[in-house]
Design a protein around this ligand. Sequence first.
Ligand code: NAD
Length: 494
Amino acid sequence: MATTATEMQTYHNYIGGAWRESASGETFVDTNPAHPSEVLGRFQKSTAADVDAAIGAAEAAFPAWRAIPAPQRGEIILRAALLLEQRLDELARLMTREMGKTLKETRGDIQTAIDFGKYIASEGRRAEGETVPSALPDKMCLTIRQPLGVVGIITPWNFPMAIPAWKTFPALVAGNTVVLKPASDTPLLAVKLVEALVDAGTPPGVINLVTGPGGTLGDALVCDQRVALISLTGSTEVGKRVAELCGRDLRRCSLELGGKNAIIIMDDANLDEAVAGVAWAAFGTTGQRCTATSRVIIHRAALNEFNQRIVAAAENLRVGDGLDPQTEMGPLVNTGRVRAVHEYIEIGQQEGAKLLTGGAAYSDSPLAEGAFYAPTIFTNVTPEMRIAREEIFGPVLSVLPVGSYEEAIQVANATEYGLSCAMYTDDMRKVFRAMRDIQAGLIYFNAPTTGAEPHLPFGGVKNSGNGHRELGSGAVDEFSEVKTVFVSYPPRRG
Ligand code: NAD
């Protein structure tokens, strides 16, 4: 049921330990993409002045926060993770209403944040350095980890809890204070993350939240000299801009960006497994995962059978409101994305690709109300076509036939991106060669291109990032710097 303007809740920025209105006095609304007339709440349309206040609060809170022993900071993160666990069902339903993915997927998103919180909390007890011998007598050398200061965190809408948590938790464990700027399609889940951190006991000013337009707030955060690091997950286009602005002042930025991920299916692959893997990775989260499979590179020997089976799988998918437990694919995040995805259907057809299924929004069904788009498959796609090279970020799969392992690898690597790649094969030699040959930060064998584990590094190569990795024990590295210490202890003279 749609929420009326009078009963609509207004959410605030969180700055210096208080929920505050924006200096602009303006708000924007957050709507459900399955039912765009349903409004989840009103959020602050912040300005550079709000970002300035948030950075000021974070800067003021930094000395006291960094002085708290790291194991105690870790305890607060653990409590926040446990609070998210208590609230999991409620948060999953909110997330489905806010950005559309199915309840199974939103539960997974929040569970990832919980698991990572439990894992990274204990990094507060490690924060290990090195102890090494000196080349000189009576001297000892060691390294210690230090926080950076104020960290600016900018996040996308497709993993509204997991990604803000992947960044915020290690930043805080490492002793930094944070200004979080979430995507405008999913401010509510960011509010819920901050509420959990506040309830867990973060002191005022340690975590700050500012909602509103990416360009204005992003520039204010990125260009402020008091911000030591920008950690951004988003599109490659925005990442390049952030890198350029940070580069001017030699300030750090860690970037997790777009992908054009491929599943390679060799002629010896188990086709049942491959079809199931492609269907899940291409159409799960409506193709809006950074690790979504948007290309299948398949040996010609298996092409026809694969095409028949994947088309059947796509046409049998139950598309609908993600709150319905029967639904297998929800809407796109907003109606603007429906137009953006559809443009690529026209591009693909103009380029000469063959549309096997989909290629349209649901204009004459009950789904017409929402941002729904049919699972879409192109075949006879060639590597130079735009639909084979550009990130579409929707339920659109391009099938590229090849004749050999060597050609498959060449085609897989023929994009500017390098986030995730998978290969289905029973041949161990191909597995080890592909492990070496594929240009990607994440490689899967006999499994699709999606999936992360909290204790393993996550990130891409080429234009999918700038070399940093999230998750894993190294997650804290991004948010800290190494200081090398030399201690001399010769016998005291005189
Ligand atoms: P986006 O780049 O449009 O926005 C990301 C964030 O940046 C948002 O908070 C946005 O408000 C902000 N932003 C926009 N303009 C900005 C500017 N000029 N300066 C600073 N910040 C600005 O991306 P999106 O549409 O929210 O998310 C989808 C993209 O994110 C896809 O490209 C996807 O592949 C990528 N992504 C990557 C990963 C990864 O781990 N590599 C994970 C999830 C999503």
